[in-house]
Design a binder for this molecule. Structure first.
Ligand code: NAD
Ligand code: ZN
Ligand code: ZN
Length: 377
């Protein structure tokens, strides 16, 4: 079928993107779903900082590619062998397609399944297929096994989680990345318990979901840190007990002074080495730094080895919030229905495909939380 998609032909174009146009909206051909795949009409797709990192070129992607890895839509067609979904079902997409039987999947860690990572590097779906072609016949790569900055997507059945049809799809979309990543970092990776004290460093779409989850999980003290004062104001409204400006040279000292030596759990959701260093510095002795931010692929974080040992600090990576999507998307949606994950507050407006470059300028400027693409109007 014919559809419109935003194709990235080259990484690293300069800002402003509204002028350099790293994403080009084109008519393309989308092949029908193969065995074990489904065709989804994309209702809503969120713009995540990981997409921006791809555009900036600090995280390599195979080009030409259609990126976009956070979304929700309606199933329109089933590939051979898919019997547990039907046309009309509403789904949230999952940006790591898991195999279900490798050593990681069987331990309940499908978020680090190698098959999903291999497909991502190859620019394919997990089946190995590429389903998008330019009108000149050139194959286009898939981003995260999904390619959601388009009107439709063919994805693996395993990359879609069915949801209740009464959930607005523009809210559901955010569960595909920001909620799983932010709430999952707090509730899964860190294993927050009621009464814990927690800090969140980096208050974007991901970090704000970490904040919501900390509030919902009964954290007694919630320290919010960002480089942007406006985000600190929002964090206070939404349940942070203390806020600190990351750009203050003595920020770490201020947090340590206010918290009797730091926090037991610190969630890093900014994606820079500076933020990671700050997160580590405000982690108390014996505490854990949980890092969900994704800096440049070759960026290295260093620490004083002896201090790591003598302070007994832990550093934990958190990919897709250590989520089992079939378990956690419905769980987080139940919390949302009870008002505990109010993702609607994060929506910084809707946009059509044609405005996607300008929207990435706004994300790079740091003033927005989640902008929602509606590729079908
Ligand atoms: N681990 C995962 O599975 C996963 C999934 C999605 C996104 N990510 C990554 O998470 C990060 C956040 O994504 P997002 O979409 O919320 O981004 P965003 O741009 O909406 O938010 C980032 C926030 O960090 C703040 N920040 C920047 N430097 C800082 C510093 N030194 N100290 C404190 N705050 C600082 C910014 O002001 C901004 O508010 C990105 O690196 C993204 O690539 C990881
Ligand atoms: Zn993301
Ligand atoms: Zn697996």
């Amino acid at each position: 079928m014919r559809m419109k998609a935003a194709i990235m032909f080259e990484q690293g174009r300069p800002r402003p993107y509204a002028e350099s146009r790293p994403l080009v909206v084109e008519e393309v051909e989308l092949d029908p779903p193969g065995p074990g795949e489904v065709l989804i009409e994309i209702a809503a797709a969120g713009l995540c900082h990981s997409d921006l990192s791809g555009i900036e070129g600090i995280r390599p992607r195979p080009v030409p590619i259609v990126i976009g890895h956070e979304g929700a839509g309606v199933v329109r067609e089933l590939g051979e062998g898919v019997t547990d979904l039907k046309p009309g079902d509403h789904v949230v997409t999952v940006f790591v397609t898991s195999c279900g039987h490798c050593r990681y999947c069987v331990r309940g860690r499908p978020n680090i399944c190698p098959s999903g990572f291999a497909a991502r590097s190859a620019g394919t779906l997990v089946s190995g297929a590429k389903r998008i072609r330019r009108l000149n016949g050139e194959a286009v790569n898939h981003g995260s096994g999904l390619s959601l900055f388009a009107q439709y997507a063919v994805v693996s059945r395993r990359a879609a989680v069915k949801i209740d049809p009464d959930i607005p799809l523009e809210d559901a979309a955010i569960f595909g990345c920001a909620v799983m990543t932010g709430a999952g970092a707090v509730l899964n990776t860190a294993g927050l318990q009621a009464g814990d004290a927690v800090a969140v460093v980096g208050l974007g779409g991901v970090g704000m979901n970490a904040l919501f989850a900390a509030v919902a999980g009964g954290a007694e003290r919630i320290v919010a840190v960002d480089a942007n004062p406006e985000k600190l104001g929002l964090a206070r409204q939404w349940g942070a007990t203390d806020t600190f400006l990351a750009t203050e040279p003595d920020c770490a000292e201020q947090v340590r002074d206010a918290t009797d030596g730091g926090l037991d759990t610190v969630i890093e959701t900014a994606g820079t080495i500076k933020a990671m260093e700050l997160a580590q510095a405000i982690t108390a002795r014996g505490g854990s730094t949980v890092s969900a931010g994704l800096p440049a692929s070759d960026a290295r974080f260093s620490y004083l080895h002896a201090q790591l040992v003598s302070d007994e600090k832990s550093i934990l990576g958190s990919y897709m919030g250590s989520c089992v999507p079939e378990r956690d998307i419905p769980r987080f949606l139940r919390m949302y229905k009870r008002g505990k994950l109010p993702v609607g507050r994060l929506r910084s407006g809707f946009l059509p495909l044609e405005e996607i470059n300008a929207a990435f300028d706004r994300l790079a400027e740091g003033g927005v939380l989640r902008q929602i693409l509606r590729p079908n109007g």
